[in-house]
Ligand binder design. Structure first.
Ligand SMILES: *Cc1c(COP(=O)(O)O)cnc(C)c1O
Length: 399
């Protein structure tokens, strides 16, 4: 250990911070709060005018014809699987490194997730593995814009077209990011957003599907409302009492006050993305010369919106493992996280028969990754605390 090294908090030293810096946090202003309050004082608590307004705004942002807002990103993924008609016997390709909801949505519909490996340097879906695993039962590919970086869509779209399968983007990390100048959301058959508080904008809970396919959009509208063909507004207008249920849908509606919050937050999306990119650029600069801590690669043809800032701990350089570094950073009061364990290693998926070794690059990457805190409201000094703690830990391990 270098003589000058500070003693790590985990081993009795003084932590870099007195209080925990969270890994993510929403940012609400008075305008957000009053927009919710206005809805609470109005006639409609759930499906009302703010839902349509959010859908219009989202379609505009995504450069699509339609947007359908639902109660969560997970509900949006499930709705997309329903709209595609995924069912028993159908395979859907999904990357191993993602939040479990991406794969769960396939199972909700009785389909089979087929996990594919990720690219070593970006952790985005590996196109060669996609092509290896495509077969006659494959109905769709769900790509994930991991960390906020859009996938290689030009190549993915070609693969999907050649094999006549649908291409769905789980863009829950990537609101506001661009691929070759085009908005994520505009590129594939359906794209999914989430408004969970750690994401770019929030409605508490909420999500949406954006698409330019009118059939998909109307299937999803049906699905979020029990599979019933009219809503209470239609019946009110027509003076009718009867309704018909034509599909087995769910209650995946989002409330009007959640949409008011999302609308208000959406006004600040450019600002949110800009700030995240500034913090990421600061991390890039500080980590560039630090051996043993390697940020993921970013392609030159994207604008990354940085839901996450992920580094890989090189154990051969630091002579320690990710879990130790994780505990050491937590003890310094830096709210690091690990996003994610390969989905199929979760006990539920193991019980379904998925086995270790399925996606070796994802498994190896999982042992190395740590997400550093990154959110709009972070101050310069918060960001420099993160770097201070990372350097302190690295110095401790560098002989
Ligand atoms: C957040 C997230 C989801 C699920 O969104 P919820 O709104 O929390 O249901 C799905 N996929 C990815 C990649 C996510 O990050």
């Amino acid at each position: 250990m270098a003589k000058s090294a500070e003693k790590l908090a985990l081993y009795g030293g003084v932590p870099v911070r007195g209080n925990l810096l969270p890994y993510g946090r929403q940012n609400l202003v008075d305008e957000d709060i009053s927009s919710v309050e206005n809805v609470l004082r109005s006639d409609w608590l759930t499906t009302g005018p703010r839902v349509g307004e959010l859908e219009k705004n989202l379609a505009e942002l995504a450069e699509t014809e339609f947007a359908v807002a639902v109660s969560s990103g997970t509900a949006a993924l499930h709705s997309a699987m329903f709209a595609l008609g995924i069912g028993p016997g159908d395979q859907v390709i999904v990357p191993a490194i993602t939040f479990t909801a991406t794969a769960n949505a396939i199972i909700y519909q009785g389909g089979t997730p087929v996990f594919v490996d990720v690219d070593r340097d970006t952790l985005l879906i590996d196109l060669e593995d996609v092509q290896r695993k495509l077969n006659a039962k494959t109905r769709a590919i769900v790509s994930v814009d991991y960390a906020g970086q859009p996938c290689q869509y030009e190549a993915l779209i070609k693969i999907a077209q050649r094999h006549r399968v649908a291409l769905i983007a789980d863009s829950c990390h990537a609101m506001g990011s661009l691929y070759k100048g085009s908005s994520v959301g505009s590129l594939v058959d359906m794209s999914i957003f989430s408004f969970h508080p750690v994401k770019h904008i929030t409605s508490g809970e909420g999500g949406a599907v954006v698409t330019s396919n009118s059939n998909y959009a109307s299937m999803i509208r049906l699905f979020r409302n029990h599979g019933i063909t009219s809503d209470h507004h239609d019946r009110l207008r027509q003076g009718a009492h009867s309704y018909q249920m034509v599909e087995l849908g769910y209650n995946y509606r989002i409330t009007d006050f959640q949409c008011a919050l999302a609308n208000s937050q959406l006004n600040r999306l450019p600002e949110f993305v800009q700030r995240r990119r500034e913090i990421a650029a600061y991390y890039d600069k500080c980590l560039a010369s630090l051996n043993g801590v390697n940020p993921l690669s970013v392609s030159l043809d994207v604008v990354h919106s940085y839901h996450l800032y992920v580094v890989r701990i090189d154990s051969s350089v630091l002579c320690t493992d990710r879990d130790t570094v994780f505990r050491e950073l937590r003890a310094e009061n830096i709210g690091v996280n690990v996003n994610y364990m390969p989905v199929y290693l979760h006990p539920y998926y193991r019980d379904l028969g998925y086995e270790k070794g399925l996606c070796p690059v994802a498994e190896e990457a999982y042992e190395m990754i740590i997400s550093l805190p990154l959110f709009y409201g972070m101050s310069e000094s918060d960001a420099s605390d993160v770097i201070h703690a990372v350097k302190k830990v690295v110095q401790h391990h560098t002989k």
